[in-house]
Design a protein around this ligand. Sequence first.
Ligand code: G1P
Length: 294
Amino acid sequence: MPLTTAIIPVAGLGTRVLPASKAIPKEMMPVVDKPVIQHVIEEAVAAGITEIVLVTRSGKSSIEDHFGCHYELEAELARKGKNAILESVRNIVPNNVTITAVRQHKALGLGHAILCGAAVIGDSDFAVLLPDMLVNNHAQSATDLSTMVKAYQESGLGQIMVEPVPMEHVDRYGVVDCSGIDVQPGRSANIAQMVEKPPIDEAPSNLTINGRYILPARIMELLKDTKPGAGGEIQLTDAMADFLKEGTLQAFHMQGKTYDCGNKAGYLQANVIYGLQNPETADSLKAFIKGLEL
Ligand code: G1P
């Protein structure tokens, strides 16, 4: 089963990182030398995705521009012989990857945003990547998303990436329960139930959904009938919970680490970690951090 298409919802207002995201989309804020969205699209492409569908809104066209051709800039860099920089702006995604955009006209929730991509998806299974979350797999031989794609191809079952968080934070996330099974990192297990942002004392576990999904096409049908849930929004988690009544989804326990760039502290942490992992910035950043008197 080839998995070719990923939906990336980018229509959010970015309220948790204001004022930085007032005039630029939060997805365009840089982590070291690339906007957050570029890190996420590179992760999708590395996992074999060739069709990216951005679910966007007015005021966010710079995201599409970033992946398009900037003729003047490229001509100028070529004229000056700045070939390395030219390469970094020219081939952001390989030629066989297409990026298209559809609009979400009303902010009705994540489930609604995903449904906006239904016409492009048709009756194929699809991936969803939430662009706030950066999944870091530095020094691992495969990314978590690639491993999850493999698990999907081997089992034929939808996969939801999860990670354990401290119990006091579970009310910020979708939470899954695998019948109490202790799913090991790098492995998948059948999900018994899932719930969006449960009160801490009602959460079925501390395994939370961290923004990477491989979903059966049927989810689109279910989303059409999904009523507003947590926070008054149409929730993807509720459509997945409905799917569990008729089919199986698996939780894939990630091996890497996530950084939530949708909030200020997570965004700063991402810049530190990715800066320490980038050959261009690692040494000077390490020296700077060592010299800090904290
Ligand atoms: C969304 C999902 C939630 C998931 C989270 C991960 O929530 O609805 O299930 O755990 O992303 O970041 P949001 O952060 O949009 O409120």
